[in-house]
Design a protein around this ligand. Structure first.
Ligand code: IVH
Length: 697
């Protein structure tokens, strides 16, 4: 959509705007360009920090001159009113379903029907089809008038849907304006799907679970639920994407000649791509004849798991739009399109029993034990039922036949019990009154969906806290699996987190299955974990409501973990995405003597508590080169200089070692400079040199 020249021009405009104020048109153009790079192409050219700066500049100008705000200004994605009720709006053309096929024979039959309907004479006997993924999200319909997005709606009953324009405007891959006029189009209705990527879904669910809430079943539910949010700011945070795949209605402007793009489905996708939309233009394939279509479907099914989002099949469309029109539609589906559905990832099984597990925060989770069932390449035997509310809502009982779904790498879940198969012997699930591990009485805190064991010394909780600390997304101490942790705990080898770093390998070596090699691996893994970035440690501490994302936010606010001791509740709440509940939990954590003692102990044992080694992935000219500053710099503050390193994709080190690429030395540089000279391989540079490196194109 942007030519090489335009990209170069916009990049140089951006560079200038980051240094000095510029015109409002330049800022808007630059922001639109970078939104497209980020949200449509997944290939940003500037950092989030730089984007925010431009955005804030634009906001400021518009605040001072409200009359110049245009509806497609990047700031207009921000909805500002809460509690909007949805208005029902008629689609210009009904949003139909698709006819389904499940195997090659179904497709061959459809091809025959198609050939009968359009006795074609187009050179070959074969029909040209265009095949693309069938996205498993929430369908939407967008209307652009005079190049501006004027309305976005959900599918609803097909004839009319909910007007969710203000929510759709939060999805950054939906352009607020698009140059349809270049194609002679004055008004257009386009169709597509709103999706949540698996990664965003996983994060979102982790967040829900941290809050003691039940996670959502699948990304589709997350996407459609998000569109119905009353607060657009929530939608904004959910990282949704929109993929557009069909033009349902076009009104041409009288003074422009029509464009060839609209003559074929594949042409329409290319046009939408050029206009800045996310489309399946790359994934789609134009194929001649149904045999090639069948091969495409089976090849694509194998790649299903490699995509960042869920698809549940392939949609095959007659490529020629004129032929599409000749074929027409039934009241249910167009005759010119067919969905090829992939194998279902659902199966039925019997719920044998429910066990109650105690998590690291004391939450009691009911876990359904089912007869082993094979879904999507794995055998499922246990499924979380999350909390009493979920059990009640699904009315699932022991002995029930249940429908189980496992989508992609999403954890399996029970869709529903098959009530019609009940024979009266099924038993209701009864929650215990006492902790199944320590026997203490369970409580149900007000406002929470879960039952809790509040004995923080409950063995299950202690073990789970250690398991969490060493887990992959926390300190990532490999070869320390949960089974081993339980064993070590039971053998009195490991009773708490700091003991990981003083563990007696002698004792471990006496356990069965621990040879010298596994002890060495364990030692290395434990040693390596000491230098993990701070956000991993924060996450690993298991502070309630603090997931990976919040841990990263918190890290940015401090130089040293214990700085949090000095934070007031209000200061914590001022951090991005930290609400009252989360702030309260962090505050409490850092005001508990035991926790502070544990953290201090970890530091004595060599664990990094400093905010160095930041794991920010920035594509930049410094390309992961390592930097350290010493002495006082002539113009830059230390924090500014360090910020520049990170912004440009470099890394900061905390001390001089052979891993260091550059030591930037200011006045009165002391021992670090001496040490760097001794090592000999480190580039010792001045602030001026450093700034030169950064400003080089
Ligand atoms: S074309 C008039 N293409 O699947 C037909 N639909 O199960 C326009 N869907 O209602 C639809 N991916 O919401 C089309 N690549 C794709 C699609 C797709 C997902 C949705 C669509 C449809 C539903 C039917």
């Amino acid at each position: 959509m942007y030519t090489k020249e335009q990209i170069q021009k916009l990049q140089s405009i951006t560079k200038k705007l980051l240094k000095e104020p510029g015109s409002i048109t330049d800022i808007r153009d630059a922001l639109r360009f970078h939104e497209h790079r980020y949200y449509v192409l997944n290939d940003p050219l500037i950092s989030d920090f730089e984007y925010d700066k431009l955005y804030k500049d634009l906001e400021k100008i518009e605040r001072e001159n409200p009359e110049i705000i245009t509806p497609d200004s990047p700031t207009q994605r921000v909805g500002n009113s809460l509690n909007k009720d949805f208005i029902t709006v008629q689609h210009l053309v009904p949003m139909l379903s698709l006819d389904n096929s499940y195997n090659a024979d179904d497709l061959v039959e459809w091809d025959k029907r198609t050939k009968k309907l359009i006795p074609i004479a187009i050179g070959t006997d074969e029909i040209e089809y265009s095949a693309e993924p069938k996205f498993d999200g929430a369908s939407i319909s967008l209307i652009y008038e005079n190049d501006i997005l004027i309305r976005g709606a959900t599918r609803g009953d097909g004839a009319a849907g909910d007007d969710v324009t203000f929510n759709l405007k939060q999805i950054k891959s939906i352009p607020l304006s698009a140059k349809f006029s270049n194609y002679g189009i004055q008004r257009v209705e386009i169709r597509g799907e709103v999706l949540m990527t698996r990664q965003s879904f996983k994060k979102y669910n982790e967040h829900l679970v941290e809050q003691g809430l039940a996670p959502l079943a699948n990304p589709r539910n997350a996407a459609s639920g998000s569109l119905r949010m009353k607060d657009p700011m929530i939608v904004r945070k959910r990282n949704l994407e929109a993929i557009l795949y069909h033009i349902s209605y076009v009104e041409k402007s009288s003074n422009k000649k029509s464009d060839k793009a609209l003559d074929s489905h594949s042409g329409s996708l290319e046009m939408l791509l050029q206009l800045g939309f996310k489309t399946p233009a790359k994934e789609k394939k134009v194929l001649s004849g149904i045999e090639d279509v069948i091969k495409f479907c089976s090849d694509f099914e194998k790649k299903r798991e490699d995509l960042p989002y869920e698809i549940d099949g392939i949609v095959i469309k007659v490529n020629d739009v004129e032929l599409q029109q000749r074929m027409g539609s039934t009241t249910h589906h167009p005759r010119w399109a067919m969905a090829f559905k992939f194998k279902a990832r659902q199966a039925t099984s019997k719920l044998i029993n429910v066990e109650f597990q105690v998590g690291r925060t004391g939450a009691i989770t009911p876990v359904a034990k089912i007869e082993p069932v094979h879904i999507g390449g794995v055998t499922v035997t246990s499924i979380s039922l999350f909390n009493p509310d979920v059990v009640k809502e699904k009315d699932v009982r022991i002995g029930d036949t249940v429908l189980v779904e496992r989508a992609g790498d999403v954890i399996p879940y029970i869709v529903k019990p098959l009530i019609e198969l009940r024979n009266g012997t099924e038993k209701k699930i009864v929650f215990p009154n006492n902790c199944p591990v320590c026997g203490d009485e369970l409580v149900k805190p007000e406002g929470e969906a879960v039952l809790r064991c509040v004995n923080i010394n409950c063995k299950a909780q202690v073990v789970e806290r250690i398991i969490h600390f060493v887990s992959k997304d926390a300190m990532d101490i490999k070869s320390f699996g949960s089974a081993n942790i339980i064993r070590f705990f039971e053998q009195d080898i490991l009773k708490n987190i700091p003991e990981i770093y003083t563990v007696e390998y002698e004792k471990i070596s006496q356990l069965e299955g621990f040879g010298q090699k596994s002890i060495d691996n364990l030692k290395t893994a434990i040693e390596n974990s000491k230098t993990q970035p701070l956000h991993r440690l924060i996450f690993g501490l298991g502070i309630r409501y603090v997931g990976e994302t919040t841990a990263k936010t918190l890290t940015k606010a401090v130089d040293h973990l214990l700085d949090f001791e000095k934070f007031s509740l209000e200061e914590l709440q001022n951090l991005e995405d930290v609400g009252i509940k989360v702030a309260g939990s962090i505050y409490q954590f850092f005001h508990l003597e035991d926790n502070i003692e544990m953290i201090k102990k970890l530091e004595t044992l060599g664990v990094n508590l400093r905010n160095i080694n930041k794991e920010v992935e920035v594509i930049g000219k410094l390309d992961k080169q390592t930097f350290l500053f010493t002495g006082s710099l002539p113009t830059l503050k230390r924090s500014e200089a360090e910020g520049l390193v990170e912004k440009n994709g470099g890394k900061l080190l905390g001390s001089v070692s052979s891993k260091l690429n550059y030591l930037v030395a200011g006045e009165d540089a002391g021992s670090k400079l001496d040490k760097a000279k001794k090592i000999g391989t480190i580039n010792i540079i001045s602030e001026e040199d450093f700034l030169k490196i950064i400003s080089e194109p």
